[in-house]
Ligand binder design. Structure first.
Ligand SMILES: Cc1cc2nc3c(=O)[nH]c(=O)nc-3n(C[C@H](O)[C@H](O)[C@H](O)COP(=O)(O)OP(=O)(O)OC[C@H]3O[C@@H](n4cnc5c(N)ncnc54)[C@H](O)[C@@H]3O)c2cc1C
Length: 405
């Protein structure tokens, strides 16, 4: 079996396949697993459980400061840890090492370049180019495409890509926010159209400051980063220092319709398994990778590696994550309609209506729509921001998605 991409999803799939006794080749295009880093590394405790270690935790987060476009601040903080800031390269390395310990052959510096036909039994022949310029060819019973947002595996197997890709720019900056155990979130059409800006302290004097935006604004994510750090500097009364490291990457939003085909499964960003409201994909990608390994193992035991035999993968991961993705996707569409005045009013409402205690009690970065539903139940004023169909759907438990104009 071949797993392409040693990010969190790929190494998780490789580990769970290898520990079930399969022969697994895990390839990574870069010479070093975990580099370059393309992430803020903010995760829930679920990720630590899935990884089986907390050795890559750098810092604990207990709350958030949300800033409206006019920099009005809404602050909430819980007594217990709500999220963890990881060394992202540390996470990727720990997961690849775990896969290797379980028996996977890990090959950094092997870039998947395409398909070179099939064997007489229909197995795909994969081609790789190593960092030393050598070409390799491998035949696989099953390929797991875990090669991220630009997935070459998805292209080679003609599986459709995520609906939307948000350009993101993030920098590691010697900067302390006002509260050391809180993340900052910046909302507003001018500052971050399409998602938001963030600042995540790493507990060691650096903050990961970034922004992800719609692709069609005519400006780059770096332009928005400059605007964001300008705002932060004005608020703090001191300049934001130049970055020590920068990340330019894309965040896929919107699941792909089919995550499996003949001899292939897609996991993680390659499958669009990213939370539509935050762009976070570490937990969802790792969990889907576990499910992929489980289904692949069962299908191969039955001697099936064709699409129909692997369909169960799409069914199972959607059973667990699909409802949250669908609700979040609709909430995101609503979010895109909000004006800067709406953001101001929404933050006022959350403050005025005593809803902060619900956010503190329920806030879950992996399942934010659970909190959103509770807030809607509690606050009739909030419902006014929702088209009727969406408000009713959110307050009901119905899995049927509403029709929105
Ligand atoms: C700026 C930014 C900040 C983010 N912050 C967070 C956050 O705080 N929390 C969170 O949960 N998520 C965050 N995300 C999203 C998160 O980084 C991804 O969802 C997650 O990394 C997806 O994991 P993956 O294993 O599917 O893909 P990736 O992590 O992208 O791994 C794919 C791997 O495949 C390799 N690869 C690619 N092409 C090939 C090829 N042809 N051959 C071989 N190897 C290949 C790549 O080098 C890479 O190592 C952020 C994303 C961005 C862009």
């Amino acid at each position: 079996m071949v797993v392409v991409g040693a990010g969190p999803a790929g190494s998780t799939a490789a580990y769970h396949l290898a520990r079930r006794g399969h022969s697994v080749l895990l390839t990574e295009e870069h010479r070093r697993v975990g580099f370059p880093v393309q992430c803020a590394g903010l995760v829930s405790a679920r990720v630590l459980r899935l990884a089986g270690t907390d050795r890559m935790v750098r810092h604990v987060i207990r709350g958030a400061n949300i800033f409206s476009p006019s920099l009005r601040r809404l602050s909430f903080s819980a007594p217990e840890p709500r999220a963890y800031v990881l060394s992202r390269s540390g996470l990727d390395q720990a997961l690849a090492e775990r896969a290797a310990r379980a028996g996977a052959q890990v090959e950094p510096g092997w870039k998947f370049t395409g398909l070179k036909g099939r064997t007489s039994s229909g197995r795909p022949r994969l081609t790789f180019r190593t960092v030393d310029g050598e070409d390799r060819e491998v035949e696989a019973r099953l390929v797991v495409g875990a090669d991220g947002v630009t997935s070459a595996v998805a292209r080679a197997f003609r599986l459709r890509r995520p609906l939307e890709i948000l350009p993101a720019f993030e920098a590691e900056v010697p900067w302390d926010g006002a509260e050391p155990d809180q993340v900052e979130v910046y909302l507003g059409r001018a500052l971050a159209p399409g998602l938001f800006g963030w600042s995540v302290p790493d507990g060691g004097g650096l903050s990961r400051i970034g922004v992800a935006v719609r692709a069609d604004t005519g400006r780059t994510a770096r332009d928005y980063y400059r605007a964001l750090t300008g705002q932060m500097a004005r608020r703090a009364g001191r300049p934001v220092p130049p970055p020590v490291e920068v990340v330019v990457a894309g965040i896929p939003i919107g699941e792909v319709p089919r995550t499996e085909g003949d001899h292939v499964l897609l996991v993680g960003d390659a499958a669009g398994q990213v939370k539509p409201l935050s762009g976070g994909g570490i937990y969802t990608g790792m969990r889907a990778a576990e499910i992929a390994a489980e289904v692949a193992h069962e299908a191969l035991a039955r001697g099936e590696a064709l699409g129909p035999g692997l369909q169960e993968y799409g069914v199972r991961w959607r059973q667990e994550l699909g409802e949250e993705f669908r609700r979040a996707w609709f909430l995101r569409r609503l979010f895109l309609r909000l004006s800067d005045e709406d953001f101001e009013r929404l933050l006022d409402l959350l403050d005025e209506e005593g809803l902060l205690s619900s956010i503190i009690a329920l806030g879950d970065i992996d399942f934010p729509t659970v909190t959103a539903r509770q807030l809607l139940r509690q606050s009739p004023a909030l419902v006014r921001y929702f088209p009727k169909a969406l408000g009713a759907w959110f307050r009901s438990g119905s899995p049927l998605a509403p029709v929105l104009d």
